[in-house]
Design a protein around this ligand. Structure first.
Ligand SMILES: Cc1cc2nc3c(=O)[nH]c(=O)nc-3n(C[C@H](O)[C@H](O)[C@H](O)COP(=O)(O)OP(=O)(O)OC[C@H]3O[C@@H](n4cnc5c(N)ncnc54)[C@H](O)[C@@H]3O)c2cc1C
Length: 424
């Protein structure tokens, strides 16, 4: 016999999406239980935030708490073109109340401590956090999710019964794997590998900004200062290119770091690895039907596009807020109870933002020169907004329209890559 806990919302995953959901639900007076399989702090990649992500951290009441965790202040992103030339700069700016763009800043963080801080905030807000792995979805007679079975750290099983199952399990995509949400489809950047570590001794710019180094299509590197001494460096290439090198991960990583772009190699003359070298591959995916009666997915649990330009944390925290709002309307006001999918509008709204970023990234990879011209000269303010994460507008800006026009003229990225491979 499993023991049973009853709550209003059971949240699978205590990362940023899950923890922020619990905080926003608590603000509405809604009880939640978070299931997290790992003890925090645990390593997680994804350290650079957009401007609006920083505002969401402030909105969560964490502006003071973040001063206690390893972090740096980010003023913008510098993108170095092939061979280290044609750099473009995107400052972090916010919209003032009168609509004007004004100077802003955000953070770059070590995720272990940052995620722990967020999970602590969820606990302080009243969420019950259970250390264990969600292993099964419990459904009612109509196949609507109404809880999850959890294997706790000590091996004991417990059923958490709830009106809503909120999936914030990240790339584990718990509800898709269980056949409740749609199937996991490949994203446009699915055949890539990111290899990364934390290093000391790298030369950062005076402002500690996030740096991106472009080599050629789908070959690039990131450089994210995360505290006074440590920088997260990742190299990203097609998986086939990595395999054909026949090198082990560490050798490949250290060699590519010096090969991708001269602007990067001059920053890492002599680096000292302070974390093991890790990798993530096939990280690009898309799940449709990610909300419905009894369930809702947040953040990476339904889609991840590409790590360049740092939108993952932004989507996780922003969607946590959207999800808490629609769950509150549903539980407290009965909104959408009669509908097959009470959260259809949530799905549409999340996709609006993610589709914007998908199109922007497709344009960056397929048309890097036009993209640089748009960002640098033609639609500067529109791109400052997009890179800050203001991506949920119903009417696309002129900059976004230009992106869509240019990508519509070409084949889809997957087709285009295949054409290029055949041509080669
Ligand atoms: C190479 C790479 C670089 C990236 N760089 C950036 C960046 O610079 N900036 C940025 O904003 N984003 C970046 N991202 C994306 C970012 O890391 C994610 O988008 C973000 O962590 C998503 O948060 P989440 O809460 O949805 O998922 P996660 O942070 O992955 O949290 C999910 C949690 O669920 C738990 N879990 C999973 N399954 C279960 C289960 N069955 N039971 C219980 N617990 C479970 C996991 O242990 C985990 O703690 C990067 C991603 C990649 C792949």
């Amino acid at each position: 016999m499993h023991s049973v806990i009853n709550t209003q919302v059971v949240i699978v995953g205590g990362g940023p999406g899950g923890a922020a959901s619990a905080v926003f639900l608590a603000e509405k007076g809604i009880q939640s239980v978070i299931i997290e399989k790992e003890s925090f702090p645990r390593f997680h990649i994804g350290e650079s935030m957009t401007g609006e992500c920083g505002n969401m951290v402030r909105r969560l009441g964490l502006e003071e708490a973040i001063q206690q965790v390893p972090r740096t202040i980010k003023h913008g992103v510098n993108v170095y073109g092939q061979g280290g030339i044609n750099a473009f700069w995107i400052p972090v700016m916010r919209r003032a109340e009168n609509g004007e763009l004004v100077k802003g800043d955000t953070w770059q963080v070590r995720r272990g401590e940052f995620d722990k801080m967020l999970l602590n905030k969820a606990k302080e807000s009243g969420a019950n956090v259970i250390l264990g792995k969600a292993v099964k979805v419990i459904t009612n007679d109509e196949n609507v999710p109404c809880g999850v079975t959890v294997r706790q750290e000590d091996g004991e099983m417990v059923d958490i019964m709830a009106e809503i199952v909120l999936d914030a399990s990240g790339a584990a995509t718990f509800l898709s794997t269980a056949g409740i949400a749609g199937e996991k489809g490949r994203g446009n950047y699915d055949r890539q590998i990111a290899i990364y570590a934390h290093v000391k001794g790298a030369k950062r710019d005076e402002q500690d900004n996030t740096l991106i180094f472009y080599q050629k299509k789908n070959h690039w590197a990131w450089f994210i200062p995360i505290d006074e001494e440590t920088v997260s460096i990742g190299v990203v290439t097609p998986s086939s290119y990595y395999r054909s090198s026949n090198e082990d991960m560490r050798d490949f990583y250290l060699r590519e770091m010096h090969k991708i772009n001269p602007q990067l190699s001059q920053r890492v003359p002599d680096v000292n690895l302070v974390e093991e070298v890790r990798a993530t591959s096939n990280y690009s995916y898309h799940i449709r039907d990610f909300a419905g009666k009894g369930f809702i997915c947040v953040g990476d649990a339904h889609r991840f596009i590409d790590p360049i330009f740092s939108f993952g944390l932004h989507f996780a925290l922003t969607e946590a807020k959207f999800a808490a709002d629609v769950i509150a309307d549903y539980l407290l006001e009965g909104v959408g109870r009669e509908l097959d999918n009470p959260f259809a509008e949530y799905e549409r709204h999340c996709e609006l933002g993610m589709d914007t970023i998908q199109d922007v990234l497709d344009c960056f990879w397929e048309h890097p020169f036009s993209f640089a011209f748009f960002v640098h000269s033609r639609y500067v303010d529109d791109f400052i907004d997009i890179f800050a994460g203001r991506v949920y507008q119903e009417n696309p800006s002129k900059g976004l329209q230009a992106v869509r026009k240019i990508i519509a003229k070409t084949a889809t990225p997957v087709e285009a890559s295949a054409e290029m491979a055949v041509a080669a």
